[in-house]
Write a protein that binds this ligand. Structure first.
Ligand code: F3S
Length: 390
């Protein structure tokens, strides 16, 4: 791989130990994937923030990098294992809270914005069409590539951190136009509405095409929230980091000849397959993290009512601040629902605390059962609130 004089200096250690290590990670990745050069990035999203996933080994790596590492570009963080302010009310142990705090301190020391969210595009890490970025978090990667038209691979925690500390990423994969073309057309034969149904569509398509890039026809309308849910689901069930929806997403693509259909029956079956439990004892809305529009809807549905079970709204802290200003928080908390900022029902250490999770998120169902052993129930946001009030 060809390096510029500045990049060579970074690799030789002339810009400090953390930058040297970061450059070693990037050049090794570049060699593996056949990149010809490193290209500048202007935005980074780092995943692997929960102490639950990192453990002491991960924390030690971060602490070493934080000794002299400082980020060169706007960098945000994925959800952590707990609400950084309100962890006690959510049943998180003091020991876990201390360890999670050490992780966040290491990130902060490097100049990373420690608002922990999987929807960085809602809190100021907004990227533009055609821009090269280095993001981790499969749902955000899929959203930024497909809906915003930025260009990123599915980075891991260390490679995203390395891009943040150097301002570069190897040019391969989704950074190259030839790898962003659709390979299969999907004809959706039924009307899809709401985050639950878009999540189910993502599951059906993801399971059919794996990590191929789809050109999807037959969708007339899709809100940002529906696309957020779809991006999370197609990336979870299939593994792709990019899709095209005719008339909705902005990237140019060749239109493939091979075409398959998605029927109403398949959507129904996908929903049935995520309904593995009945009476939920835990309801969680906000996977990916809830938008202010979703929170406004929840507040409207809960006005003057009381929930009967544990209910979380997971969102970014700056979005909750808007909810505070608008009075949504008071309505929601008066009903007995808890905000869980900075975290979610998957990355929080809550395995064994609940039996059945009710959510509007197909991704939430996948990891709720896979990681936390919950039975799951999928419903629209309105349906989740009904379940919470039962
Ligand atoms: Fe975000 Fe957690 Fe879902 S990180 S996409 S809310 S599993």
């Amino acid at each position: 791989m060809e390096l510029t004089a500045e990049q060579k200096e970074m690799l030789e250690g002339k810009h400090g130990k953390a930058v040297k290590k970061a450059m070693e990670i990037l050049t090794a990745l570049g060699e593996i994937y056949g990149a010809k050069k490193l290209i500048p990035v202007n935005s980074v999203q780092i995943a692997g923030v929960s102490y639950d996933n990192l453990g002491e080994a991960g924390l030690e790596f971060l602490s070493t990098m934080a000794e002299d590492g400082k980020v060169k570009v706007l960098t945000t963080l994925n959800p952590a294992g707990m609400d950084m302010e309100n962890w006690e009310a959510l049943g998180i142990s003091k020991e876990f809270a201390e360890n999670q705090g050490r992780v966040i301190d290491a990130f902060k020391k490097m100049g990373i914005i420690a608002t922990c969210t999987c929807t960085p595009y809602f809190i100021g890490n907004l990227v533009r069409f055609g821009e090269h970025i280095a993001w981790a978090e499969s749902s955000a990667v899929c959203f930024s590539n497909s809906v915003l038209g930025a260009k990123t691979n599915r980075e891991g925690g260390p490679s995203a951190l390395a891009a943040a500390l150097t301002g570069f990423t190897p040019e391969y994969g989704y950074h190259l136009e030839e790898n962003r073309q659709a390979k299969i057309a999907i004809d959706v034969k039924t009307e899809i509405k709401g985050t639950m149904n878009f999540g189910a569509l993502g599951k059906v398509i993801g399971e059919k095409i794996g990590n191929k890039i789809a050109y999807i026809k037959g969708i007339k309308e899709a809100s940002v929230e529906e696309l957020k849910s779809f991006s999370a689901s197609i990336a979870t069930y299939g593994g792709t980091a990019l899709y095209h929806i005719e008339g909705i997403t902005p990237n140019k693509t060749d239109i493939p000849e091979e075409s398959i259909e998605v029927t109403e029956e398949e959507i129904k079956k996908a929903i049935e397959s995520m309904n593995t439990g009945e009476d939920a004892d835990f309801v969680s809305i906000g996977c990916p993290h809830a938008s202010i529009r979703e929170i406004a809807l929840v507040a409207k549905l809960l006005e003057g009512k009381k929930v009967t079970k544990e209910v979380w709204i997971t969102t970014a802290r700056p979005i909750k601040k808007i909810a505070d200003q608008m009075g949504y928080t008071r309505t929601i908390e008066d009903s007995g629902v808890k905000f869980a900022c900075d975290t979610c029902c998957v990355v929080a250490p809550i395995k064994g605390r609940f039996k059945v999770l009710c959510t509007d998120s197909a991704k939430g169902c996948f990891y709720g059962s896979g990681k936390n052993d919950f039975k799951t129930k999928i419903a629209s946001i309105e349906g989740c609130i009904e379940e919470a009030l039962k």
